[in-house]
Design a protein around this ligand. Sequence first.
Ligand code: ADP
Length: 177
Amino acid sequence: MPLNLLDRVRVQQGDITRLAVDAIVNAANTSLLGGGGVDGAIHRAAGPELLAECRTLGGCPTGEARITRGYRLPARFVIHTVGPVYSGRLEDAVKLASCYRNSLQLAVDHGLRSIAFPAISCGVYGYPIEEAVPIAVDTTAAFLARHERITEVIFVVFSDDHLAAYQGYLRSRQNAV
Ligand code: ADP
């Protein structure tokens, strides 16, 4: 992976709802009508207007993504994507990679340059962080290689072990250059 790709990617510990980026990504469910975890936090911080816009979208299949405005969030937009519920099957990885790719594509389609991702599927949906991180990073790096307009991708994590998983993988990729 060329160094300039990793220069545009970083990991940060904290609350994704606080980030003033062009778009934050929501790990939503197929209804897009809100839930727990990061989804609940985003809806609480964005205010009821977000749910009102989500109601107009008619849901979202697993692996796909939809965009709304950010309302009371510091982020201008929210990209809602639906990660797979972890089952241990190969299709989980295919669906999770689609979440990252489709979210990044929506950002490009809307002329956005900075985007922050939570660890999609790694909460209630049970995806092991060590399996999810290479999918998140490699899918993002492959996308960035083809799209120069995205200048900043932030992987936002809550816990110390998730932070260590991203840092360890990013370091290993850097050393492989
Ligand atoms: P999923 O249903 O896709 O597993 P969850 O919301 O349960 O989604 O969890 C996804 C990840 O987001 C988990 O690692 C969780 O710790 C993390 N998370 C929850 N709230 C926030 C937040 N406000 N900012 C960043 N990450 C968060």
